[in-house]
Design a protein around this ligand. Sequence first.
Ligand code: HAM
Length: 420
Amino acid sequence: MSTFNAPKGTFDTLPPASAEFLAVRDTLVAPLRRAGYGYIETPTFEDTTVFARGVGESTDVVAKEMYTFTDRGGRSLTLRPELTAGLMRAFIEHRMYAGALPVKLWSVGSVFRYERPQAGRYRHFTQVDVEALGVDDPALDAEMVALATQGYRDLGLTGFELLLTSLGDETCRPQYRELLVAFLERLDLDADTRARAALNPLRVLDDKRPEVQAQLADAPLMVDHLSDSTRAHYDAVRQHLTDLGVTWTEAPRLVRGLDYYTKTTFEFVHDGLGAQSAIGGGGRYDGLSAALGGPDLSGIGYAVGVDRTLLAIRAEGLDVVTSAGMQAFVVPLGAAAKSFAVRLVGQLRAAGISADTVYGDRGLKGAMKAADRSGATHAVVVGDRDLAEGVAQLRDLRTHEQVAVPLGELLDRVRATVGS
Ligand code: HAM
């Protein structure tokens, strides 16, 4: 019989390593809760148009990387290649803009992109996503950047850098775009790159090939052509960031893979990851709500790649799992003891103590091995003879000290002991 592997570009997260994944996810989320962000959950798939219009037809994400399918009712659906467009769809659908603004949301979940798999680049990965919708205030841009920074710091990461720029808005980007197009037309570029320049000239700035980069040294940059309003907005963001103690690197050539960005745009890169160095990124988007049929309201947000952040943590040799494993392990010896163990484990768990026991016929040696492997600090060893005498043995698995405890006191004694 043939067996199956996880699909190309995907992987399974198994215990005990999965505890690290959960710790990273939860640590990234903690600062959001403290800042008043509410949890939102949207479907893993949306109408394909949500992404085509939201993320932009000219992006690689939409043009090449979407998992799109037709359902049995003939609808074109797409597994989400990012969370922002879906969250915006929900914001509009539920008229959340009619209440107090900004609407602050966070979510976490699976994201799908048909990319060429390599270290740190997967076809299924997890993002923590954060959005503040409905208000265009530079202080909110700074809050976003500071929240992301806080999450990384709380994990103990130090080898990351914040790249920051402004992509302008409709008051200056069209003029800049013309300048850039005129500049690119004068260069010696191959047909493919010319086609890209016609579709999305900004993306050419991101071309990694040395022969292209060499020609781009004098390319006009958006930050040098900001309108007064976007310049003032960017200056205010930077002042707030300075006040918040956040440091950054100006990145005037930063190009993001999604088309909705305007004004403040940022990316976090980590030096321990090789080619796929972005551990998070985001920015403001003025036109996304309107593009999805909503009111003309701005928003800002970011997403952190949980899997890449975990790789960064490993690259820095950090230990993120702080929560203890199992506390108590019950070892029954004999049939009557087995029923007692099942009951005791239930009572311990109900009392908030993490507890486990052996299943299957393991014998004393196997059971004690399982107790050690569980990471529990204490074992309750109970045989049929103990039960007849009305006691159980409470054993400290670190010191191997053991005391007989009357059954009536057992629960309280375990509770008092495992905390120590
Ligand atoms: P993004 O930069 O496309 O932004 O993705 C955010 C993060 O997801 C990246 O920095 C990276 O850590 C992770 N990531 C992206 N692609 C992969 C992959 N193939 N494998 C593993 N990790 C990956 C967005 O998705 C925007 N929606 C962020 C945003 C929210 N902007 C505004 N609001």
